[in-house]
Design a protein around this ligand. Structure first.
Ligand code: NDP
Length: 248
């Protein structure tokens, strides 16, 4: 018996990093898990096999979150194969860091299109059935920089602040239909996204974190799993920081 038995979850950008950890955490609680990624390959195959090894159905879908038609196709495919979507996690995200003075229009657009528009696209594609069924959980992966900002990340922090605004507005729109919409704002997590930082940059960051360490992806997934469960039925429109105390 798991806390997500008989639920169907869809995780975007799930092939690796935090998305992968969320997909595995859901599967460990009995959910059937579909995940998308812009490219499917060995990592996606491995994840699908690991999900199935937990005794639940898995589905890997190639989909670009920036493209609404592609998101609608992904949602339609999951609803056809697994009948419904109970839990949507908007996780796909990218960084294209630069100081504003040097940031290109392409760097701005790529991050806003993937992180913010991608979240809009999947919320819009997946909500129809949730609204009809009068139940659903939407969890958007934001970031602490959407709350506190970060030099060199005007595009990324604007996209994440946008996700927080979207989350709160959608929680108000969908509340009467019993659909909870929340955001999780991770601090600094060990994934490929943060591998690009130098050792000095990592040290400077961890010095600022009260817990004096970075997070593991499973520590973010644990909070997402809770928000996806019926234990969190009375929580909506919230931003839960999982950041070792960085933003307190
Ligand atoms: P990763 O880069 O490890 O994984 C992101 C995944 O999203 C990749 O599999 C990537 O595919 C996929 N992806 C990228 N663009 C698209 C797209 N257009 N359509 C579909 N999938 C796409 O990142 P993390 O796991 O670290 O990050 C996951 C989320 O957590 C992001 O939203 C990120 O902003 C957020 N976050 C991460 C933090 C961290 O410290 N790591 C901190 C705060 C928030 P591919 O690699 O093939 O491009």
């Amino acid at each position: 018996m798991g806390i997500l038995d008989n639920k169907v979850a869809l995780v975007t950008g799930g092939a690796r990093g935090i998305g992968r950890a969320i997909a595995l955490a859901f599967a460990g609680e009995g959910a059937q898990v579909a995940f998308t990624d812009i490219r499917l390959g060995g990592e996606a195959d491995d994840l699908a096999a690991s999900i199935r090894a937990k005794g639940v159905k898995a589905m890997a879908i190639q989909s670009d979150v920036r493209d609404f038609a592609s998101t609608q196709n992904a949602v339609d495919a999951v609803e056809k194969e697994m009948q419904q979507i109970d839990i949507l996690v908007n996780n796909a995200g990218i960084t294209r860091d630069n100081l504003l003075i040097r940031m290109s229009e392409e760097e701005w657009d790529a991050v806003i299109d993937t992180n913010l528009k991608g979240t809009f696209n999947f919320c819009k594609a997946a909500c129809r059935q949730m609204l009809r069924r009068r139940q659903g959980k939407i969890i958007n992966i934001a970031s602490v920089v959407g709350l506190i900002g970060n030099a060199g990340q005007v595009n990324y922090s604007a996209s994440k602040a946008g996700i927080i605004g979207l989350t709160k507005s959608l929680a108000k729109e969908f509340g009467s239909r019993n659909i909870q919409v929340n955001a999780v704002a991770p601090g600094f997590v060990d994934t490929e996204m943060t591998e690009k930082l130098t050792a000095e940059q990592k040290k400077a960051l961890t010095d600022l974190i009260p817990l004096k360490r970075t997070a593991k992806a499973h520590e973010i997934a644990a909070v997402v799993k809770f928000l996806a469960s019926s234990e969190a039925d009375y929580i909506t429109g919230q931003v839960i920081c999982v950041d070792g105390g960085l933003t307190m």
